[in-house]
Design a protein around this ligand. Structure first.
Ligand SMILES: Cc1cc2nc3c(=O)[nH]c(=O)nc-3n(C[C@H](O)[C@H](O)[C@H](O)COP(=O)(O)OP(=O)(O)OC[C@H]3O[C@@H](n4cnc5c(N)ncnc54)[C@H](O)[C@@H]3O)c2cc1C
Length: 448
């Protein structure tokens, strides 16, 4: 903490305060800065796990990989574990995370009991539903524009050694969404309580729900860190397919191939895969390759050499109310040439402590939403961000929201209306009176 505070004080008062952190899962490109950032090197560990109280005290920049490694030996896990190993707890709370437990556990910030935050003013405050509740409520989706969380106390839940999976095949999106809704409304499938739920759409007539059940029953398990690829294992012609994974491999099932995105680097080509070191089959390594591409414009140069136009990056996660999910998916499949698409249902937790809601990412209580994730590129359109703008318009039309970890194009007034406007401004003024941190619009839309 002392190193952090010293580094804050060393930043000239007229310079913007930024994080200096070795990994990131932020997709939008940012301006480079010559000023040294905050030294968070001492804030990467799990401080303590209280197995009896089912809580953990965790430093803000601790990755979920390290966090899960500390909780699993106690038979516990965070209530929501985002799929990519280097996402940090602080990053997932301030930038929103989601996973297959979100239909029953909500989003990562809903299981935070309290957190210490280094505010823009350079003070450390403890925020909770009772202390500094204005900061606590506006922190989720603020992307480090109000302050940086340095310690978080979170709830944990019991997990079992294995997860049994039933992959259900659908030939129509209507049937898929109806089945998803039924599972969430009843909490089960064929009378068995469901613990994990996500899905993948390959096309309008090929989609799947991946339904997971906690189990202690020993038996053989699959391994998708070798030659086999998890998302391909889901596919089948009819009905159901069954599978089993250890809880560790289930939590990281999407990291090995960064969902399906490792395809772009050749990592799914059986010959290349054989020689691709196992320890480098992970999202943080693909991130490095993306970094080279962005720096040297590799993909666009290849397109140009082949006589094709450059491409627009369309890397987004959006949420729509479940009743509009099929409409969004049908529109998307007709208008945006990207597949597969990831689906993950979510509901805010039914928790009286959080009745006041989360103003920077307002979702209706007691209502199911579906997160739709798509991460690829399309040929450029007539104006910059053409396809991203079409998606923003469609999401608003369907009463949805868009995460801000990637490119955004909203005009300022629309943005303020969607992401907490006046409430945000008031809290920003209290905790960052001298604007030492960028504001949310500058970061999310202006790419500062
Ligand atoms: C391709 C892709 C797919 C994704 N898919 C998922 C997904 O499936 N599930 C999911 O849960 N999330 C997903 N995300 C989003 C991810 O959870 C967010 O981008 C998250 O903010 C990343 O956390 P990080 O720790 O890597 O933070 P960084 O990328 O380092 O930073 C993200 C932002 O948070 C701020 N920040 C970081 N740490 C802190 C802190 N301690 N306190 C305050 N502010 C902080 C930074 O200033 C920055 O503005 C995805 C992102 C990408 C790019």
């Amino acid at each position: 903490m002392q190193r952090l505070l010293d580094s804050y004080r060393a930043i000239p008062p007229n310079s913007t305060v930024r994080l200096a952190k070795p990994t990131s899962n932020l997709f939008r490109a940012r301006d480079r800065s010559d000023v040294k950032g905050l030294d968070v090197s001492g804030l990467t560990n799990v401080i303590a796990v209280d197995a009896e109280a089912r809580t953990a005290d965790v430093a803000g920049m601790c990755t979920y990989e390290d966090l899960v490694a500390a909780t699993l030996p106690h038979g516990l896990a965070p209530l929501v574990v985002p799929q990519l190993k280097t996402i940090t707890l602080g990053g997932a709370v301030t930038g929103l995370g989601i996973e297959s437990t979100s239909f029953r556990n909500g989003l990562p910030h809903e299981s935070v009991l309290e957190m210490d935050i280094l505010t823009g003013a350079g003070e450390i405050v403890t925020a909770s539903p009772e202390q500094h509740p204005d900061l606590f409520r506006t922190f989720p989706n603020s992307y480090g524009t109000l302050g940086y969380s340095t310690r978080l106390r979170i709830e944990l839940e019991p997990v079992t050694s294995f997860v049994a999976l039933r992959h259900l095949r659908f030939h129509s999106l209507t049937d898929l969404v109806a089945a998803m809704d039924r599972i969430i409304e009843t909490g089960g499938l064929d009378g068995e309580p469901v613990d994990y739920l996500d899905g993948v759409v390959f096309s309008a007539d090929e989609s799947y729900l991946c339904v997971g059940f906690k189990t202690t029953t020993p038996g053989p398990v699959s391994d998708y860190t070798g030659q086999d690829i998890y998302y391909r294992s889901i596919q089948h012609a009819q009905g159901e397919k069954h599978d089993r994974l250890t809880i560790h491999d289930y939590l990281w099932r999407w990291d090995t191939d960064w969902f399906w995105c490792s395809r772009a680097f050749g990592a799914q080509n059986p010959t290349i895969r054989r020689f691709w070191p196992r320890r480098l089959r992970r999202s943080s390594f693909y991130w490095k390759l993306v970094g080279y591409d962005q720096r040297f414009n590799i993909a666009d140069r290849i397109e140009k050499r082949n006589g094709r136009p450059p491409r627009e990056r369309v890397v987004q996660d959006i949420e729509v109310p479940i009743e509009n999910c099929e409409r969004f998916l049908s529109w998307f499949l007709e208008n945006v040439p990207i597949e597969p698409i990831w689906l993950c249902p979510l509901r805010l937790r039914d928790d009286d402590r959080h009745a006041a809601g989360w103003p920077l990412y307002p979702l209706r209580a007691h209502h199911t939403y579906v997160n739709v994730g798509f991460w690829s590129s399309v040929p450029v359109g007539p104006v910059e961000g053409h396809t991203n703008k079409l998606i923003e318009t469609k999401v608003s039309e369907l009463d949805g929201h868009k995460s801000l970890y990637s490119d955004s194009y909203y005009p300022r007034e629309d943005f303020d209306e969607l992401y907490g406007g006046e409430t945000y401004k008031a809290v920003k003024k209290s905790y960052d009176p001298d604007s030492r941190l960028f504001d949310l619009y500058s970061k999310a839309v202006l790419r500062r």
